[in-house]
Structures are given as C-alpha cells and as structure tokens.
Design a protein around this ligand. Structure first.
Ligand code: IMP
Length: 169
C-alpha cells in the first residue's frame, strides 16, 4: 500500500468519524507502539474537539505471532467517564490483543467504546472483535511500515510492505 493510498483512506475515515461523533465528547486511545503514525494522521483528519490518550501493551508472543497473553505497560491517564471512546489500532490479526483491550476499556465507564483499525487480517481471526472503522482488509501476510514493525524495525517506512521472509521463521 502506498503512502498516497494510505493517506486517502485515513482522510475518508477521519471524515466519517467527524460525522458520527458530532456533539459527542470523544477520546481516541492509541495502542502503542504500532498505531502511533496512524493515530497522528487520523486525528488531523478529524474536525472535532477530541482528546487523545495512549495504552502500551506487551505481548508474550514472538515477533511475528501473537500469543494473546497481554500485559499492560502503560495504562490510561484519564478517566473515560462521560466520554465516547474510539480505540485506534494498527492491525487486527487473531483478535486476541484487541479482545483484551476492548474488555479492559469497556470496564472504565465510557459512554460507548468503538474500534478503528487501519488493517484487518480477518482470515486469521480467533476471537470475534467488533471493527467499527477499518482502513484496509489484507491477506494472511506479515506487513511492516507506517508504524508496524518486525523486531522494532521498519516502523518508519512511509508505505506498508509485505515482509518477504520473517527473521525467526
Ligand atoms: P492479534 O492479537 O493477533 O490480533 O495481534 C495484534 C498485534 O500483533 C498488532 O497490534 C501488531 O502489533 C501485531 N501484528 C499482527 N500482525 C502484524 C503484521 O502483519 N505486522 C506487524 N505487526 C503485526
């Protein structure tokens, strides 16, 4: 996916979110680290007075496979009470990570919790998670760039590229 294709899709998502959350207090929660570039572009495509918070998680899986066992490294700074929440993720693969985050955030008293993911590998889903806003559907391939990494590398690529050979496979 080229930087231009990504920018067009992010802009369209931002416009839809702007329409859907008119007159609703909205907090976007970026899931670190993978979503930081997507979130940075998405918030500039949303024409609303939003707030932003972050959560950082560590997965016990190896670099290209999720284990679903997740530990919170950085929790939210603010209470979610009285706010609508949009969780911003880079990619949903098995769904195990997002399923955990969704449960955690829903227990914090938000008015509503929805999910926005740039990429969706729906063919690999093990747990159903509601994806309210989605950038692109992708096949079962490992991808890097635009915030997504393998062993912390390639996050800075402007395009999203298929990783031809995983380091640990
Ligand atoms: P899940 O728990 O299997 O849905 O995995 C979600 C997390 O695994 C994402 O937030 C990413 O950090 C990572 N991940 C899954 N697939 C990819 C990929 O193709 N490239 C980079 N990271 C990925």
């Amino acid at each position: 996916m080229s930087a231009k294709e990504i920018a067009g899709r992010v802009d369209a998502l931002g416009k839809r979110i702007t329409l859907d959350y008119q007159n609703k207090p909205l907090i976007l929660i970026g899931i670190l680290k993978g979503a930081f570039i997507f979130l940075a572009d998405l918030i500039r495509a949303i024409d609303l007075p939003i707030s932003v918070d972050f959560m950082a998680l560590s997965s016990y899986g190896n670099s290209t496979k999720s284990s679903g066992v997740v530990r919170i490294i950085k929790d939210l700074d603010y209470s979610l009470e009285g706010h609508h929440v949009l969780v911003v993720e880079d990619i949903v693969d098995t769904g195990l990570t997002l399923n955990y985050i969704y449960g955690h955030i829903k227990s914090r008293g938000a008015l509503s919790v929805k999910i926005c993911s740039l990429l969706d590998k729906s063919g690999r889903r093990q747990v159903a998670v509601p994806l309210h806003y989605k950038g692109f559907e992708i096949p079962d391939e490992f991808v890097v760039g635009y915030g997504l990494d393998v062993d912390e590398k390639y996050r800075n690529l402007p395009n999203i590229c298929k990783l031809v050979r995983a380091i640990d496979e």
